[in-house]
Design a protein around this ligand. Structure first.
Ligand code: NAD
Length: 480
C-alpha cells in the first residue's frame, strides 16, 4: 500500500491538516494507498507556487518548453508501463488493453503539444493611418486550475495539462478523488522531464473541498474542467462570477445512427465497441442507437449476440473487454436508469444486472420512453438504448433529441447521407463509418449544449489557454 504525498512546488507534502483519504481498487475493493486530503491552506500554497512557477516556465524559450514536453513524451514511451500500467489497472479498473492505449495516447499527446509550443502565431492587420502598425500577439493566461475526471485518468489529464503548458501557463492539478495516484505519478514525470518544479503542483482531495477552493482561488486565471455536466455548471457559475476563463468538457449522450445500407453484423460490432469500451465510462459512448427500420430486426439480433459474447474476466487478461464501474454509487445509478426505462415500457434485450462485484453486464434497452433517464441523461455505464427510425430525417431528429452534443456517428456506405447527417446533427463531432468514441491529438474535442464550452486538442487548445493582445505602434511616416 502506498502512502503518497502531494506535490506542491516540487516538494512532496502532506495536507496541512494531516488528513488523508483512502484510494481503493474498484475490481477488488483493496486499499491501494492513503493520499493527503487537501484543503484551503494546501490549495493556497499550490497556487502561490504556480504563480512563481509561471515566471520560471514562461521565461523559457518556446524551444525549451518544446524540449521539456518531448522529454516527458520520451519518458512515457520508455517507462510508461513501469510508471503507470499497474496503477491505471488497479485504481481506475481499466483493462490492460485500455491502460496500454492510454499510455500510447499520452506519448502522442505530449509530442503533439510539444510542437504547439513554437506555434503560438499572432497576426498583423492593416491600419487606416499609414503611420501605424497593428499586431496581435498571444500570451499565456497564468495559473491554470486543471480539474480532471476518473475515467481516463492518464490520457485525459495529459491532454488537459500538455497544451496549456506548451502555451506557457503553469498548473495546479486537482485530479478525481477516485484516481489521485495516477495524477501524482504524472506530476512526478513532468518534473523528471525538466518542467520547473513550481510550474506544476498536484493537490489531492475532494471536489467540494479542495476542488472548490481551487476554482475560487483569486490567483487562478483559468479553469479547465473535464467532468460531469452538473459539476461543469457549478464550476462555470463560479468562474463567471469571478470573470475567469474556462474550458469545460462535460458529459454526453452520443447517438449512433445505423442507416439502411449498413451491414447489420458489422454495425453491431462497431456499436458494441462504441458503448461497451471501458464499461461505457466514456464521455463519447454510444448510449443511444438509432436504426432505420429496414434493418432494425437483424441489427438488434446481432447486437444481442455481440453483447452476450463479450468476455468480462480479469483486468489483466487481454480477452477482457471491460471491468468494474468506478464505485457502488455508479452501479446503483446505472441499474436505476435500467429499472426506470423498463417500468416506462422499454424492452430489456439483454443485461440489466450485475455480473459480479461492480461489473454490470452489457445492457441493451429497446424503445425506451423518450422521457426516461436512460434516453435523456448520461448513465456512464454499459447501457445503450436502441430505437427505430422511419428514414434518415427521423433518425437525425432522434439524434438531436438531446440537450447534450459531444460526438455522434453514422454507419453508412453512402457518403452523401453521412455528410448530410453530419451537417444536421448538433454535436461537437460527427464520425462516418465508425462509432462516436474517437480521439486524435490534433482534433478539436468538445461539445455543444450541456456537453461543455471550448475545445481541446492541437492548436485549438493553445488558443483556449492564451489571451490575444492588440499592440499598435506609431512608427512615423512611411518609408519612401
Ligand atoms: P465529476 O464531475 O464527478 O468530477 C470531475 C472532477 O471535478 C473531479 O476531480 C471532482 O473532484 C471535481 N469536482 C466535483 N465537484 C466539484 C466542485 N464543486 N468544484 C470543483 N471541482 C469539483 O466527474 P467524474 O465522475 O470524475 O467523470 C465522469 C464525467 O466526466 C462524465 O460526465 C463524463 O462524460 C465526463 N467526461 C467528459 C469528457 C469530455 O471530453 N467531454 C471526457 C471524460 C469525461
Amino acid at each position: 500500500m502506498e502512502n503518497t504525498k502531494m506535490l506542491i512546488g516540487g516538494d512532496a507534502v502532506s495536507a496541512a491538516s494531516g488528513a488523508t483519504f483512502e484510494v481503493t481498487a474498484p475490481a477488488s475493493g483493496a486499499v491501494l494507498g492513503q493520499v493527503p486530503r487537501a484543503g484551503a491552506t494546501d490549495v493556497d500554497r499550490a497556487v502561490r507556487a504556480a504563480a512563481r512557477g509561471f515566471d520560471d516556465w514562461y521565461r523559457l524559450r518556446p524551444a525549451e518548453r518544446e524540449a521539456a514536453l518531448l522529454r516527458a513524451a520520451e519518458l512515457v514511451a520508455r517507462e510508461g508501463h513501469e510508471r503507470f500500467l499497474d496503477t491505471l489497472i488497479d485504481e481506475s479498473g481499466s483493462t490492460v488493453t485500455k491502460a496500454r492505449g492510454e499510455i500510447a495516447y499520452t506519448v502522442d499527446l505530449l509530442r503533439t503539444a510539444a510542437g504547439e509550443a513554437r506555434r503560438l502565431y499572432g497576426e498583423t492587420f492593416p491600419n487606416d493611418d499609414p503611420r501605424r502598425i497593428s499586431m496581435v500577439i498571444r500570451e499565456p493566461l497564468g495559473v491554470v486550475a486543471v480539474v480532471s475526471p476518473y475515467n481516463a485518468p492518464l490520457s485525459l489529464l495529459t491532454k488537459m495539462c500538455a497544451f496549456p503548458l506548451a502555451a506557457g501557463n503553469s498548473l495546479v492539478i486537482k485530479p478525481s478523488e477516485e484516481t489521485p495516484l495516477t495524477a501524482l505519478a504524472f506530476g512526478r514525470l513532468l518534473l523528471d522531464a525538466g518542467v520547473p518544479p513550481a510550474a506544476v503542483s498536484v493537490v489531492t482531495g475532494f471536489g467540494a473541498e479542495c476542488g472548490a477552493e481551487l476554482i475560487n482561488h483569486p490567483g487562478v486565471r483559468c479553469i479547465a474542467l473535464t467532468g460531469s455536466t452538473n459539476t461543469g455548471i457549478a464550476v462555470g457559475q463560479s468562474a463567471l462570477g469571478r470573470m475567469r476563463r474556462m474550458q469545460l468538457e462535460l458529459g454526453g449522450k452520443s447517438a449512433l445512427l445505423v442507416l439502411r445500407d449498413a451491414d447489420p453484423q458489422q454495425a453491431a460490432k462497431i456499436a458494441a465497441q462504441g458503448i461497451f469500451t471501458h464499461a461505457g465510462q466514456i464521455c463519447m459512448a454510444n448510449s443511444r442507437i438509432v436504426v432505420e427500420r429496414e434493418i432494425y430486426q437483424p441489427f438488434i439480433a446481432a447486437l444481442k449476440a455481440e453483447a452476450e459474447s463479450l468476455y468480462l474476466g480479469d483486468l489483466r487478461d487481454e480477452r477482457t473487454v471491460y471491468g468494474p464501474l468506478i464505485n457502488a454509487r455508479a452501479v446503483e445509478k446505472v441499474l436505476e436508469h435500467v429499472r426506470e426505462a423498463v417500468a416506462g415500457g422499454a424492452e430489456l434485450l439483454t443485461g440489466g444486472e450485475l455480473q459480479q462485484g461492480l461489473v454490470v453486464k452489457p445492457t441493451v434497452l429497446l424503445e425506451p420512453p423518450r422521457t426516461c433517464s436512460a434516453w435523456r441523461e448520461e448513465s456512464f455505464g454499459p447501457v445503450t438504448s436502441v430505437v427505430a427510425a422511419d428514414d434518415l430525417e427521423q433518425a437525425i431528429e432522434l439524434a438531436n433529441d438531446s440537450e447534450y452534443g459531444l460526438s455522434a456517428a453514422v454507419l453508412t456506405h453512402n457518403l452523401q447521407w453521412g455528410l448530410h447527417a453530419a451537417r444536421r446533427i448538433a454535436s461537437g463531432a460527427v464520425h462516418i463509418g465508425m462509432h462516436a468514441f474517437q480521439s486524435n491529438a490534433l482534433a478539436p474535442i468538445g461539445g455543444v449544449g450541456l456537453s461543455g464550452v471550448g475545445r481541446s486538442g492541437g492548436h485549438y487548445s493553445t488558443e483556449e489557454f492564451t489571451e490575444v493582445k492588440w499592440i499598435s505602434a506609431d512608427v512615423g511616416s512611411l518609408p519612401r
